[in-house]
Design a protein around this ligand. Sequence first.
Ligand SMILES: [Mn+2]
Length: 485
Amino acid sequence: MIAARPRLPLLRTLLRPAVAAGMAALVATAAVGAARPSHAAPRDGGDEVRPPEPDQTGPGIGTDELASRRRRLVEACGRGAVVCLIGKPADDLEEFFQSPDFYYLTGITEGGGAAALRIGPDGAYEEVLFLPARNRMQEQWDGPRLYPGASAQRQTGFAATAPKSRLGATLTEWLAGEGKSLWVAGTDGRTVADVLDRALPDVERKSARSRVHALRQIKSEAEVAIFTRAVEITGAALVEAMKSAAPKQGEWELEAVIEYMFRRFGAERFGFPSIVGSGPNSCVLHYNASTRRMKANELVVCDVGAEYRRYTADITRTFPVSGKWSPRQREIYEIVLRAQNEAMKAVRPGATIRSVHSVAQRVIREAGHGGRFPHGTSHWIGLEVHDVGDYSRRFEPGMILSVEPGIYIPEENIGVRIEDDVIVTRDGFVNLSEGCPRDPDEIERIMAEGGVGNARVAELTSPNARPEIRPERPTQKPPTRKRIY
Ligand SMILES: [Mn+2]
């Protein structure tokens, strides 16, 4: 997916797809980690319940790593900092999706939580997780949820938990004395205001947002493992799309193949609405209606990303609907491929998004298509498809970015974009999506095979005519039924 210019920080929120209601009731697998035994609910006080076990076979993030992120945040805020993290409020009517910052720091996917963090007077790190009190009536509707107690401590790795109603009192106590300041991170500003205005109407607060985002920019090994899975799934989906594509097929069918593959390999959902644009739609950068039938001799651009454990991949492949490039399509494709390869080679510590972009621009300009590359080459990727963080920050090992040049020629119905996800290493980069073919000959070979989208399925048997909603009115009155009771 292409980063809009100017960048829209809310894009991800606006694009957020439907979230299965059940997800809200789960603490992320990532957060729960492997340390938890997979059977028998713990018996704290005899009646404690916990959310059902999510699938834990894939990579995850341990509670130790989450705790160290929180601690690093407090340290980054400086001496005397008290940090308040606020999650999205619980809401059973709207689809729930946890704030990425709060999720990054706590691993909690449920609503209504908050946390207080500080370096205590004795120099030791302290933290408390605040949760809504248990509501058994609500559990009948939403299933078990986190509530204050030993079970939540175990699941989240927080050293202490307390009822949400104690948040204000705890912060007030921690902020007493000289040289203290309240830093806030987590959900959007309005929610923060709602919560803190009630708890601490007179305390001045500072935003810890940019500090959280700076942490999020450098991915840990565990994050890279999760992200790599998201990339692998997305690559497999694109290969299946290449195999499945055929003239007369609907864009929606190709989109369904891709999204089926996401789910088949355990991705929770797509990280952004899939872009599957054929012919004229290949030139529409954020086309996602997918309502057109593809024609032979056209290209189709598939810009898609599986979301796995909340991390989203973002890969684009362009291929000929009929499985064979026309000479002109191949010519344009090879320019974009060259621009992408050259731009990737510029990825190394110390480089910037701007410097990578200028390489891609130069290759495309020198090939005579300077005015046909209207978007940026790169954006950060992670928990959000257009991930947070300073876009002018020099590359450091562990940063993940897209490299996605494109050329669009609407008058020829030719739009080509190629996008891969690369990670900055100590001495250069690794293309994490290398496994998804880009070579035009290899794409032709793959497309000669059939895919899941070509499988024979039962035909619909209903007649094409508009079905009768109501039988014709009888000309005679029906006989009156005898009342039998
Ligand atoms: Mn992208």
